[in-house]
Design a protein around this ligand. Sequence first.
Ligand code: ADP
Length: 272
Amino acid sequence: MNTINWSDWRVSPQHPLDLSDIPTLPGAHTEAEKQQWPARMAELAEQLNRLQAMLYASKTRALLLVLQGMDTSGKDGCIRSVFAHISPLGVRAEAFGVPQELEYRHDFLWRIHAKTPALGEMVIFNRSHYEDVLVPIVQNTLEHSMCEERHQHIRHFESLLHDSGVAVVKCYLHISKQEQKKRLQARLDDPLKHWKVQASDFEDRRHWRAYMHAYENAMQATSTDAAPWYVVPADSKPYRDLLVAELLVHTLQSMSLVMPSPKLDLTHFKMK
Ligand code: ADP
């Protein structure tokens, strides 16, 4: 059973990307299809668990999932639901905030490279090196030519990861400005979510269009075969999670992982 087609959402470097043309809700899915989503999600969770165990045991490949998106686009929620059934031993989530003083004194990929997965690992980036081609562009602190240079550094960096056995999957969680308004309001209304409220959420919202442009440029410049970008419609949480899970399962399946052979001749061991 596969109710959605993840490849439709891949960013092509050949075609201009206009996020305002891309829906933030999934297309026409019948009620019958939507009713299959929870069962499909359960099936994917099982497959993800099995594939992760093989990744961990064989230690020949690694997986990096990069999650980007405006505030409230659901990066945390997506991680919680897609990885809910996986052994915490094999998965690591890394979040990247405003760089600290030492980080600013290094190149922008220094702190990122240190957190990439080792063979056998699965790592999720909640924000990433892409912040370095978004925030300073919107805040007008980085020249456009320098930004182009950063795009090139990113392509080389991700190609190095790919050549070193790391499959890189990048998802932009695409929410509408109206949906963000609802979610920010929900945060303001729920005392348990007050700790999440930040002035920057409201500030960044005022620069919505500039962020969309910066995302469009960054995704178009860095969606490569080694590290493709996917625009994930994220106004619907179940669809968002399903699409990300489908992508991960597909990526792991295409690694053709196999369990390592036993290190010992097991016929010598007889249980009494
Ligand atoms: P989140 O909003 O993802 O839940 P935080 O509340 O910790 O997490 O916010 C992280 C903040 O750090 C965001 O505003 C993000 O834009 C900012 N940030 C992350 N990386 C960079 C960077 N390289 N340059 C500038 N700002 C960054």
